[in-house]
Ligand binder design. Structure first.
Ligand code: 3PG
Length: 398
């Protein structure tokens, strides 16, 4: 169901579950992508004269208030982007929240404090989640689910709350699901998947699901060294997930049998220490010195990956190719972003670090078909899993 299905919203209290879980350095927002992504739905509701109540989590505070996880730093940026003042409640369902919501006028907006300061939000026990969701529902007349980054979590504000009020998917959720399903359901070919990031374990289910679907899978970043090790290469001090070597080897064999090109780095940029000032050296992928660790894909790999991306009709990318936060080791990630930005096909950047990388490395967002705001959520969609926060909205439609 879309926002239209909620009817006339003038004067109605509309609770919007957003994902404003942005990276912070102290109280400074280092990437406001998720706040900007929340704007279209919020603007639309404000224009419709609703009283908008925004709820979100930030980090993983484990059920109790903690200053460093406060949503307070988000308020002013949200207000700037919306061009209106945003009221802030210092709790989620307590006196501050209730009186803030009561004080809202038509076309007014408030942000409530971090949902995860309340144990009910993430409780394993469904009844406990339901009690918390009911307390939120009591402050609203309708619910809009727009926190795409969190739709893979069966949590009170994502799942139970949708059953307690007339509910609809927001603009961001609709756009995300449409873009990601374009990748998973009958993608235009060649379909190229680029995977990186530190943890190989996080990406195994994606590879498993895509082995029958993708034409090429390019692997870089910290996760690639487990593949290089499985090939029998020396990886020095590089990241390794020893327990996954056999799985990775099996995937490489399956890829070969199924005619999927599984492409690994042919060279790496290595350094003696994990630091921004470390001296970079380029070595072949089969010979990382014992005292060095892999920090990025090498220039030959960057060129190879770019050539595999250029002619793709669909590209999905998740995970940086190296330690892009350090300038000397950002070239591989830049090369993939550049190749994607130049590709004519449908290009999707999966959220989390790769989305931040694209923005922080200065790429214009509009050169990609879609930049997802979801890290885990976009991966789980690509894995072919059912996401609770989406399923519950679709169930309501049936
Ligand atoms: C994310 O950052 O991927 C989302 O905000 C979800 O956060 P979580 O992994 O702590 O549930």
């Amino acid at each position: 169901k879309t926002i239209d299905s909620l009817g006339d919203l003038r004067g109605k209290r509309v609770i919007v579950r957003a994902d404003l879980n942005v990276p912070l350095d102290g109280t400074t927002i280092t990437d406001d992508g998720r706040i900007r992504a929340a704007v279209p739905t919020l603007k639309r509701l404000l224009d419709a004269g609703a009283k908008v109540v925004v709820i979100s989590h930030l980090g993983r505070p484990k059920g109790a208030p903690q200053e460093k996880y406060s949503l307070k730093p988000v308020v002013s940026r949200l207000g700037e982007l919306l061009g209106t003042e945003v009221a802030f409640a210092t709790d989620t369902v307590g006196d501050s929240a209730r009186s803030t919501v009561e004080g809202l006028e038509e076309g007014g907006i408030a942000l409530l404090e971090n949902l995860r300061f309340n144990p009910g939000e993430t409780a394993k026990d469904e009844a406990e989640r339901r009690v918390f969701a009911q307390a939120i529902a009591d402050m609203g007349d309708a619910y809009v689910s727009d926190g795409f980054g969190v739709v893979h979590r069966k949590q009170a504000s994502v799942y139970e709350l949708a059953t307690l009020l007339p509910s609809a998917a927001g603009e961001l959720v609709l756009k995300e699901v449409e873009s990601l399903r374009k990748v998973t359901d009958e993608p235009a070919r060649p379909f190229v998947v680029v995977l990186g990031g530190a943890k190989v374990a996080d990406k195994l289910a994606v590879i498993d699901n895509l082995l029958g679907k993708a034409d090429r899978i390019l692997i870089g970043g910290g996760m690639a060294y487990t593949f290089q090790k499985a090939k029998g290469y020396e990886i020095g001090q590089s990241l390794l997930d020893e327990e996954k070597i056999d799985t990775v080897r099996e995937y490489m064999e399956r890829a070969e049998k199924q005619g999927v090109e599984l492409i690994l780095p042919v060279d790496n940029v290595v350094a003696a220490e994990f630091s921004a000032d470390a001296e970079p050296t380029v070595v072949g992928a089969d010979g990382i010195p014992a005292d060095q660790e892999g920090m990025d894909i090498g220039p030959k790999t960057a060129e190879l990956f770019a050539s595999k991306i250029e002619d793709a009709a669909t590209v999905f990318w998740n995970g940086p190719m190296g330690v892009f936060e350090f300038e000397k080791f950002a070239e591989g990630t830049k090369a993939v972003a550049r190749a994607m930005s130049e590709a004519e096909g449908f290009t999707v950047v999966g959220g989390g670090d790769s989305a931040s990388a694209v923005r922080n490395l200065g790429f214009d967002e509009s050169v990609f078909s879609h930049i997802s705001t979801g890290g885990g959520a976009s991966l789980e969609l690509i894995e072919g899993k059912e996401l609770p926060g989406i399923a519950i909205l679709e169930e309501g439609t049936k």
